[in-house]
Design a protein around this ligand. Sequence first.
Ligand SMILES: *[C@@H]1O[C@H](CO)[C@@H](O)[C@H](O)[C@H]1NC(C)=O
Ligand SMILES: *[C@@H]1O[C@H](CO)[C@@H](O)[C@H](O)[C@H]1NC(C)=O
Length: 269
Amino acid sequence: MAALASLAVFVFTFSSSAITPARAAEALPLHKSHEAFGYENDTTGPANWATLQKEWAICGDGKRQSPIDINKVEPQKSKTPLMLTYKPGAATMQNRGHDFMLKWKDGNGKLTIEGKEYTLQQVHWHEPSEHTINGTRFEAEMHMVHEDPSKARAVLSVLFSTKAGLPSKLLTEMGPYFKNLAGKENGEEQVKQPVDPTTWLDKTSGYYRYDGSLTTPPCTEGVIWTIMSKIADASKEQIDVFKSVTKRVEPNARPAQKLYDRIVRFYEA
Ligand SMILES: *[C@@H]1O[C@H](CO)[C@@H](O)[C@H](O)[C@H]1NC(C)=O
Ligand SMILES: *[C@@H]1O[C@H](CO)[C@@H](O)[C@H](O)[C@H]1NC(C)=O
């Protein structure tokens, strides 16, 4: 009963936009080679990712890389609410060394963009945020990674701020798992209850959309980014938990990449 009740379906209309996803060749999980790259200003840092492996060259010469600073946006006239059908599902939490990842066993509902369905695969968190808004970096960013049958990806992103000092409900729910896995690289734990991300997104928020890439090597392009325009609350304690991912205290945010000729569209709620 409870499961049925929370299988909320937000049905929305869709108008066209100019984003056409390219095919992404790699299979999930992302961050396969996470021992091989880092975030510090050294030989394995973001400025050198392109040189670490031949397949990672696009990290350096790609013209549609993520993250970006979101500043100039093109407001869209037609209402295009997000079309999501998430549901509760069995999931495991993993410490991947650079981040925590919650992975659903069998995908977990869909995000539909221009008639194409992308299945939710996993969620992970960056601290601080990777995307910035008019130069402002936030304390954390959640990436909900979706994939279609051809392996094209769409990522839904939520930025978190500690400004209001209010805890995040979803981070509270996941808190015990973050704590258990803190410092345990490659550690994994089954989440006791089915995890339902239906309530994780603020339905009163608009969103930004642009054509980008994975934010970690291999930096594959053709990823449709959707970033919620309302910033979510989190407490300082909740953000501090992300700092405990590795024994070293290391931020895991790639710096902003050049926009080139891309347009960031803004869809109001
Ligand atoms: C990275 O290190 C180089 C050399 O030490 C320095 O010139 C540069 O300013 C540093 N960049 C950042 C972003 O810290
Ligand atoms: C960034 O600032 C400019 C100038 O104040 C404003 O026009 C623009 O809407 C802002 N962008 C975002 C994404 O808030």
